[in-house]
Design a protein around this ligand. Structure first.
Ligand code: TEU
Length: 553
């Protein structure tokens, strides 16, 4: 059986994957129809973004029932069928557990609103401060204050995200028990993995306090020590009892120390964690809604810090460039013109050969790029609309604000999967819920599958190599050429082999002096995106070239 260190996960955003019934929204039956495609890629697990009933204010991250399937996506029978068909292909299903908050339409919240019974303690309700100001001065991740009036009462409820996403009170043991029950329910349906949304935000202090002027409010609710207690308990009383369940925690702004702690197997919390620091290197002054060329040295520094730290501390990282919250990596770190395919392969190798478990976001394997929406009405995401308003308030013109959305909006990842060169890229026979990128004529799965040396084939190769070569799955990590301004390089090592990985992130050719031990008959090219290349002492890396050289020790 493939362990989580040898596996590759494929992320499916169900709404935008494949629409089988023509209502414009992707669905479970659509995923079923695309199983042959997923199998062909060779992944071991698929992570589905939330498919539970939801008012869809934040595309399903506002759950109103944890134990049903949203009719938008299909039925429980279809879900069961999907699980069993994937299982036949040796592919597990990972579900997205949004346990930091529920939708305000969840019966718990509704019940809490209607009487003073036990459900009030399921949420974080506080009264205003003595001077009448809100319980704390915290700012929501989606703009505005984190507090909203709780019905007709004197209370406010906490929402770190949208006003429709009320934070749960994890200090209440009944809440924790209910959530474990949710996990049991899905485990009994054959689910093999869980991704825990913003899991490092679940532990709030008893006394919630204002952030001081020189303090970031997020430090007051992120990675609080009690999060570890909650995770240990959930592990012990739930998935930890089973040997074959994979867990990954999504960590909002965190530290390497915390990452190790959550994922070191000795702590019995989670198998691995996502962090986002490497994807903030194009944020000006730490602010997302800005434009700035990305800082390559900083990118390398962050990846190296995490790789080295997690390696030393026996932690485990989820590796990724793309997900449903991020603009396409090709637009940020690769090339969208003549080097699109080559840079797509380079980025793939750069991330897949690191120490950790790689995640591929739908469309990445065919080299999809941002859809370049030009009008405000092309967008759907609540965060994008709020950010647009904020930008106008700050004095940006509509054109400037739109340009920033075009680069930064989460909808860049959410445009429908491009299947073929036909209307709506073959995603739907109806009207898609969000526009298909015009680029589908050139970039689509069908043409990709018929090509030689395609991006898709390169991903297949990387997925296979991780299973075949132990050095990729569990070898140690060492940074290499740390100061190089264009090349991201590193070494991996186990008892018998050493692997040298060189990735040129630029359009310029670069001459690299290879270490002697990699230039002899015991060395060979493991994978490269360059045809007909061979190892030489003075090695010329072409634009966006990636090469991995394996040597026997
Ligand atoms: O995201 C958590 C998160 O903090 C970010 O990635 C967030 O989307 C980003 O900061 C916005 O700029 C998770 C989910 O992945 C995201 O889709 C949800 O909206 C969010 O939690 C709330 O559940």
């Amino acid at each position: 059986m493939t362990t989580f260190k040898e596996m590759t996960v494929y992320q499916i955003y169900p709404k935008s994957f494949y629409d089988s019934n023509g209502d414009g929204v992707g669905d479970l039956q659509g995923i079923i129809e695309k199983i042959p495609y997923i199998k062909e890629l060779g992944v071991d697990m698929v992570w589905l973004n939330p498919i539970f009933p939801s008012p869809q204010k934040d595309n399903g991250y506002d759950v109103s029932n944890y134990q049903e399937i949203d009719p938008l996506y299909g039925t429980m029978e279809e879900f069961e069928l999907l699980v069993s068909l994937l299982e036949k292909e040796g592919i597990g299903v990972m579900l997205d557990m949004v346990f930091n908050h529920t939708s305000t339409e969840h019966p718990w919240f509704q019940q809490a609103l209607s009487d003073e019974g036990k459900y009030r303690d399921y949420y974080l309700l506080r009264q205003s401060q003595e001077d009448g100001s809100l319980p704390t001065n915290w700012q929501s991740k989606f703009s505005g204050p984190t507090w909203a009036k709780f019905g007709n009462t004197d209370y406010y409820y906490l929402h770190l995200f949208d006003v429709s996403q009320a934070d749960l009170n994890w200090r209440n043991s009944q809440v924790r028990q209910e959530l474990r029950q949710v996990l049991s329910f899905w485990l009994s349906k054959g689910v093999k993995g869980f991704r825990f949304d913003v899991i490092n935000l679940i532990g709030k202090d008893v006394q919630l306090v204002d952030a001081k002027p020189d303090e970031e409010d997020k430090s007051l609710y992120t990675d609080r020590p009690i999060v570890h207690d909650f995770l240990k308990e959930m592990n012990e009383k739930s998935f930890g009892r089973l040997s074959n369940v994979v867990t990954v925690g999504e960590l909002s702004s965190t530290t390497v120390e915390q990452g190790k702690s959550y994922s070191n197997p000795q702590n019995r919390e989670l198998d691995m964690v996502f962090n986002f620091h490497h994807l903030k290197v194009d944020y000006k002054d730490g602010q997302k809604w800005t434009r700035m060329p990305y800082d390559f040295i900083e990118l390398k520094k962050i990846i190296n810090e995490w790789q080295v730290g997690m390696n030393e501390g026996n932690g485990w990282s989820a590796l990724f460039w793309n997900n449903h919250d991020q603009p396409r990596a090709l637009n940020r770190f690769g090339h969208t013109g003549i080097y699109r395919e080559k840079s797509a392969k380079m980025l793939a190798a750069a991330i897949h050969l690191l120490r950790g478990t790689p995640y591929i976001y739908q469309g990445e394997e065919i080299g999809m790029v941002n859809p370049d929406y030009t009008r405000l009405k092309d967008y759907r995401d609540v965060e994008s609309y709020n950010a647009y308003e904020e930008m106008l308030k700050k004095g940006l013109t509509k054109t400037q604000a739109l340009e920033i959305l075009q680069e930064k909006s989460r909808d860049n990842a959410r445009s429908p999967m491009q299947w073929q060169n036909s209307t709506h890229a073959g995603f739907t026979k109806g009207t898609p819920w969000i526009n298909v990128s015009e680029q589908y004529k050139e970039i689509n799965a069908e043409s990709e599958m018929s090509k030689k040396d395609s991006v898709f084939q390169f991903y297949q190769q990387l997925i296979r190599l991780r299973k075949e070569c132990q050095i990729i799955s569990i070898g140690d990590y060492q940074p290499f050429l740390v100061e190089h301004p264009w090349v991201f390089a590193y070494k991996r090592e186990d008892e018998i082999h050493e692997l040298l990985v060189l990735n040129n992130f630029y359009e310029e050719e670069v001459l690299i002096e290879l270490p002697d031990e990699f230039v002899n008959e015991k060395s060979s090219i493991l994978i490269s995106n360059e045809e007909n290349t061979k190892i030489t002492k003075k090695y010329r890396l072409s634009p966006f070239e990636s090469i991995a050289i394996l040597r026997q020790k």
